[in-house]
Ligand binder design. Sequence first.
Ligand code: NAP
Length: 308
Amino acid sequence: MIVGADGTVLGEGWHRGAGTPHAEPAALDDARARGLDVTGATAYVTLEPCAHTGRTGPCTDALTRAGIGAVRYAVEDPNPVASGGGEVLRSRGIDARHAPLRAAWEVNRRWIGAVAHGRPWVIAKWAQTLDGRTAAADGTSFWVTGEEARAHAHTVRAEVDAILVGTGTVKADDPALSARPAHVESPHQPLRAVLGMSDTFGAKVWRDENAIAIRSHDPHEALAALEAREVRTVVVEGGGTVTTAFLRAGLVDEVHAYIAPAILGSGTNAVGDLGIGTMGGALRGQDVTATALGVDTLVTAFFQRGPQ
Ligand SMILES: NC(=O)c1ccc[n+]([C@@H]2O[C@H](COP(=O)([O-])OP(=O)(O)OC[C@H]3O[C@@H](n4cnc5c(N)ncnc54)[C@H](OP(=O)(O)O)[C@@H]3O)[C@@H](O)[C@H]2O)c1
């Protein structure tokens, strides 16, 4: 957000996903589109402006060119390649300061965690019955949860860089794996990734180029393939075999479990054997939220912490 000396908001912007302009140039564009002069104004940003050319140019240069007078950033950039933006701005006479804010750390948590671990941030997502089933004995899983829960999952898809499923899910459900959040005209579409050896040619996931087959059973290899495509956040949407493999490998950072008030008694479990034999060994999440979505409940929890 760019704010003038009298407190007027001159421009607002946010990062819409990998390869798109960062928040700073987006906010500068917004001010330009409104015909407003940002000379001497203050830019308030969640993350320290980047000082390197990735897929977009350095934000430090965009801010300098625009004549911004001051910058307040809530989180220092942990990425060794792009960090140091604050120092660059100060060396150019801009009053750039780190102004820590917990809420901003939370907004950037997935990205910070991805950079800190050198791999994409993994959200394991599933929809389950009260007794932990994600599909019935005959393989059907349409639909475990109701419309509100499914709509919510679409908003999450639109926020991430990639969705990954196993070949088993592609064969059973033939999912489109598109992001269709309500009231958004052309949402960001995540990369679709299919993990496994079998050929799923002809399935809906292969309808355009925005999809990759990862012919492996190794979650580490899957994440390396996604990292190579600059994926920072991936939702692993099952099925149980693939989710279990990621959990076993200690590669799940966040879980989104959509829980329906339904009971099946048989069918597929959300998660298979993790080799945990005693209650003390249970994986326990932190920063848990529970959100009512119609008759269903979304429980989210973090399983690894990025640096503060
Ligand atoms: N409710 C939900 O949230 C939800 C979500 C997704 C799926 N489902 C349901 O779950 C069922 C499918 O589950 P699933 O477990 O069979 O499918 P899956 O996890 O999508 O795929 C399993 C397949 O992926 C490959 N694979 C990839 N990594 C593997 C690894 N580390 N170990 C072993 N195999 C690996 C194997 O096939 P290859 O031979 O090709 O290598 C394996 O057969 C369907 O009934 C579907 O409807 C429910």
